[in-house]
Write a new protein. Structure first.
Length: 254
């Protein structure tokens, strides 16, 4: 098999399932059947997370309404929702500003996000994995290791998100999943920026295997211990990368 690099479109990898849940990537689903406020929310959220509306950008309601071809009312409702999620700041008569995150902000987000992922691993071990989940997660692990060998870091990152999302889903706790999703959105822009800065994630692959085996064995304490170590190391590495490229990583400081 040729060792061709790609963005993940390689036939041997493309069939692997990538479930959408705790670490879902933003989607620009603006189905006209949806209420205007929901379409405005999805469109604005997508533009913010994917960088179309950069950190620090300030726009008036009228400007956003023109940009999205909507009236001001759904824009206002969407902005209030996005402010609650920590993505924008609303200043009456001054406009809506896309929040830039400082390293301190991100460190706080990682503390909460990682603690939830640790508990998700423990709950998944406690409650057990369905056979189809075991099969899917093994496929994701195999695909990640193959992507590592091929230096397909962007695709590896998507598979990594799918693996952690599968653990969150296996926790059987919808509230935990929705809270993870909230904090995932808040850190998404930083993660997107560090992907090209990452080294080959061989160590993460080994840690993922160990976490998976502990979950399959039903060892709640070991699954949490391994996930905690994995998250602490990954978070420290991420923050170090952000310190080295602050303007690229999170759009400046708040």
């Amino acid at each position: 098999m040729s060792d061709k690099a790609s963005d993940g479109s390689d036939d041997s990898l493309a069939g692997d399932p990538v479930p959408e849940s705790a670490r879902a990537r933003p989607s620009r689903d603006t189905d006209p059947a949806l209420p205007a406020r929901e379409r405005a929310y999805r469109d604005m959220r997508y533009r913010i997370l994917e960088g179309g509306l950069a950190p620090g950008t300030t726009l008036l309601e009228t400007e956003l309404a023109a940009l999205l071809s909507m009236s001001r009312t759904p824009i206002r409702e969407a902005a209030i929702r996005l402010e609650k999620e920590g993505l924008v700041t609303i200043r009456p008569r001054h406009g809506i500003t896309v929040r830039a995150l400082s390293l301190d902000d991100l460190a706080e987000i990682y503390e909460v996000f990682s603690a939830l992922e640790v508990r998700a691993a423990g709950l998944a071990a406690l409650r057990g994995l369905a056979p189809e989940t075991v099969t899917r997660m093994r496929g994701l692990l195999d695909a990640m290791e193959q992507a590592t060998r091929r230096d397909q870091i962007e695709y590896w990152s998507r598979l990594d998100d799918a693996f952690h999302s599968a653990i969150a889903a296996a926790s059987g706790n919808p509230r935990l999943q929705s809270t993870l999703r909230l904090y995932w959105d808040q850190q998404y822009r930083a993660r997107l920026a560090i992907v090209p800065l990452r080294s080959r994630p061989t160590r993460s692959d080994a840690e993922h295997r160990a976490i998976f085996e502990a979950i399959c064995a039903g060892d709640e304490a070991e699954a949490e211990r391994l996930m905690r170590g994995h998250r602490e190391r990954a978070d420290a590495q991420t923050l170090e990368l952000l310190r080295s490229r602050p303007s690229e990583a999170h759009g400046g400081t708040a």
